[in-house]
Design a protein around this ligand. Sequence first.
Ligand SMILES: Nc1ncnc2c1ncn2[C@@H]1O[C@H](COP(=O)(O)OP(=O)(O)OP(=O)(O)O)[C@@H](O)[C@H]1O
Ligand SMILES: [Mg+2]
Length: 488
Amino acid sequence: MFSTKEMPSPSSLFSAYASMTASIMLFRSMVNDLIPYPIRNYLFSTLCYFFKPRSQILTLIIEESNGMARNQVYDASEIYLCTRISPNTKKLKISKTPKDQNLTIRLEKGEKIVDFYEGVELKWRFVCAEAEKSNNPNDQFLPRAEKRSFQLSFHKKHKDKVLASYMPYILERAKAIKDEQRVLKMFTLNMRNYGAITWESINLEHPATFETLAMDPELKNAVMEDLNRFIKRKEFYKRVGRAWKRGYLLCGPPGTGKSSLVAAMANYLKFDVYDLQLANIMRDSDLRKLLPATGNRSILVIEDIDCSVDLPDRRYGDGRKQPDHHVQLTLSGLLNFIDGLWSSCGDERIIIFTTNHKDRLDPALLRPGRMDMHIHMSYCSPQGFKLLASNYLGIRGYHHLFGEIEGLLNNTEATPAQVAEELMKSEDADIALEGLVKLLKRKKLEGDEPMDKDAKKFGIREAKRQKAETKRRSPRISRRKGSRRRNL
Ligand SMILES: Nc1ncnc2c1ncn2[C@@H]1O[C@H](COP(=O)(O)OP(=O)(O)OP(=O)(O)O)[C@@H](O)[C@H]1O
Ligand SMILES: [Mg+2]
């Protein structure tokens, strides 16, 4: 403790302060005179660097484009953040183009979002700044472009986790969201003038799914599992040196759901469909052009393979016979194309052949290893009928006509298409099911149902033979013009 006597007087304190200030000013003016400005500036910023309190926050800047190319991390973040919008978000931009199925939601400038990943807090901010002025005098009247970016801030100690785990997670999630919203395309052949042939696309809006498909439940599961395995095995295919492709042969009578199954597969995998109508292909060179022009993640479908190939007398669309190099497009020729050219380009491809007559197919197609899975679509079973009744009429449980219908289905060959058609005739379940009972009884009376198993097999074979015979006799050109029903 100071006694009052020992305390410095205010006048001595003031004079000490005045002399210190004078010395500092003298020192400052000496420094200003002796040390040039850039060096002073450098020394000052270095001192600031050492004495500034250290921030524990790391901020990543994710810009929209990386020079000329778009930044995939930005696009993925934009998609991902739409799923993380909290009630605290104040402004959002929404839009929808005619092509979009859903509303597109985007953050507005300056909006913030807080996300949590494995216990780490991540703060996102959407930043929108005016782009730098262009030096090009022609651009001076154009509106200044915006430079958009996301700023992602988090504690420095999580840097590795964010870069190695959170970022890949965002890319993966964004891909899954995009796949879900993807509008599938259906490509068909477009004949141009002078015989040029190209793919033309429309949106594929076929509503068939595995849930709505009436087929043997075990077979349905087997197909779905096969597709799942195929999708997951990119690395496996690479390791064993095989092209990442899979082939299915769908066979069964007309109206058993082959085309519906193709659509269900496309909807399930979110793959585009390329419908290759072989009857329209005149030249080998068309195939060479068309097959590599198909996209990844797609299904190449060749319907009715039994009647599309081995046309010995292919003509131009106008009926003129092709001059010297008249082409016979054989199945083995096509398979060679598929094995060679098609296999060497692209990934995640599926090829599907459909046929009503497996027995008429070239053995080359049936050879083991050629098509990975043979799927037999058959007549409507009692189980299949129940699924259709539930889908079409909303009957989930019991109906008094079920017993009779199931009995009739066991003894008649009604296709799911025929059953579905009857069920669509009335919204009243009683009326629709009575209609179906009548149809099945009529089919039974007409003798569709043979007495025993062997006779039944013979009946199917005979019907097939007759149908094939009719087809063979009909002029080919009319088939090419589209007399075959295309359901996809
Ligand atoms: N298994 C099924 N499950 C549900 N609906 C089906 C089934 N099979 C056929 N249908 C109905 O019948 C219609 C025709 O079926 P689809 O075109 O799939 O038969 P397909 O086997 O391809 O016949 P085709 O051999 O004549 O090409 C479908 O649009 C669908 O409504
Ligand atoms: Mg079909």
